[in-house]
Design a protein around this ligand. Sequence first.
Ligand code: HEC
Length: 151
Amino acid sequence: MNLRRAACLVAALLIACGGILLLTPRASGAAADERRVSPQALADFMQRDLNSALTATSYEIFHRRQLGRPVEMTPQLSQALDGLQNAAARLGELRTVESDEAPFRMYVINLQSTVHALANAVATSQTDDEIHHWFNHVSAACESCHSEYKR
Ligand code: HEC
């Protein structure tokens, strides 16, 4: 790409970004509140989505230990990990009073990255110790947010 085309591309991008910024309606405080879910909806999400996904994952990981078999990516574990990753991603999109705060977002990112590391440990057939280690990090990620935000 020559210099002029590159310059044009940059200019076009800047104009496009400016346009998007201008056209995006500024959410007023009231409109932002309307998109927020209630504390009850957050509690329901925790119970129904996040907690059940963690329970399913835990079952698939520790169940094999009871059978004396190493952890491996069975279809069930794969499904459980997908569920956990999806739930962690959706937690990041939930708008609650808390979720506007930087520490809350940090806890969400912490959860997402530990879940990712756990899925990666299973996918790359790491040792059971390694997998249990990451599972403990995921539980700790739940608890660290609860210690700050759960009433
Ligand atoms: C970023 C913060 C955050 C993370 C991470 C988080 N939670 Fe929560 N959780 C909350 C808050 C806030 C509540 C309290 C909701 C309420 O009752 O208002 C809660 C409540 C709960 C509840 C109780 C729900 C009820 O019915 O009262 C369960 C169960 C739960 N979380 C499970 C989990 C699990 C399992 C994980 C990790 C896989 C997790 N949470 C990760 C913030 C978080």
